[in-house]
Design a protein around this ligand. Sequence first.
Ligand code: UGA
Length: 434
Amino acid sequence: MVRICVLGTGHVGLVYSVALALDGHEVCGADVDAKVISSLSRGQPTFFEPGLAETLADAIGTGRLSFSTDILESALRADVIFLAVGTPSRRDGSIDLAYLRAAAREVGRAMRRASRYQVVVVKSTVIPGTTEDVVRPLLERASGKKAGKGFGLCVNPEFLREGSAVQDALHPDRLVIGALDSRSLEALDAVYARQVCPRLATDLRTAEMVKYATNAFLATKVSFANELANLCDALGSINVDTVVEGMGLDPRINPKFLKAGLGFGGSCFPKDVRALVAAGTHRKYRARLLKAALSLNDVQPLRAVGLAEKALGSLRARRVVILGLAFKGGSDDVRESRAIPLARALLRKGANVVGFDPAANDAFHKVVPRVEIAQDLASALDGADVCIIQNDWPQWRELRAVDFMGMRRGIVIDGRRIVNRETMGAVTLVVLGG
Ligand code: UGA
């Protein structure tokens, strides 16, 4: 059992607090937000994630998980301190380290008072070099101790997917541990003693880079699939899913993350790829491939607008429905959702835009208030000219021709290649990517 403090109880911090407590450690989740801490202490998660409410209750039930607003005290009592605070984007795509700096200073102050060896672990996603050049000096100054002697330092990126974050934390497919020295590495290895999965031990900067490289590669894969889909449309009568299936039979190509659609969104891919491009620019390197992946992603949602115009003509004063507002199915998160640029483009065309999502209606309304929000599928489609499927909720797979009966013109643009073509009857179905 290791005494752990997780600083920051957002998506990453909370899920790891729960997973580490269930793994047998004594964990304190600490955050400056008193409202969040009070809710978590009552066992109520502050965001939705499948299985989180149940596992949070289980972890609290073990008596090993607590929450506190007293960061100094929580850090003082811990052997291992995870920094899991947010690193939001700035206008130029680079990341804002204000929370991380504040957290490092506070942890340093706690370490000044602690008489034993402690290890600080950077879990937040940060540009390579940040832990060494920013976090380490702040910790050293505030604690009066030297990294590698008085305290340990590690970088341990997270690979959690929204929707399966709890399972990903409980059963990781790999652990990447960047460590300043062997003593730091041993301490973090002890935290993950129960995990059976491949481990990669690196230096601090490499571990930071592995996180960005992973997300940049996956995002590029998605853009690659979208490029293929657009080419399939241009060349005519080629189904991109079959093309990807054929590619995937080559053992050198993993077919996952090659599902074509209207682009990638969420709190990670766009932000991380932009941050990596910005870090390159800052050091006079132009990341051409990653810029191309981003620029395709910017225009990809507009493909649906083009397909709708091709099927209907002008969209002015037409009722256009966006089915799916969250950045992906199964989520209530609209951050960087492709529904946002899609809705704005449709509004610019003079369309009357209606949106419906099983979980993200309220969140989307706050971002694009000019879109009329429907409370159910039938009222969204009632009198509509076109329906654009924007994300991949599993229920879109169950849609039948009868569901579209209320439309004025039965034109459906499947932007995620999800509906069952066999059951669409008289609906005019246009599938992106053939
Ligand atoms: C992503 C990564 O998958 C996680 O491994 C990583 O830990 C996380 O970012 C993070 O950095 O924290 P997430 O943002 O939850 O996780 O969502 P994904 O399931 O990866 O999807 C991202 C976007 O790509 C979605 O808009 C999705 O619709 C799109 N996508 C994904 C496709 O269009 N096609 C695909 O084949 C896969």
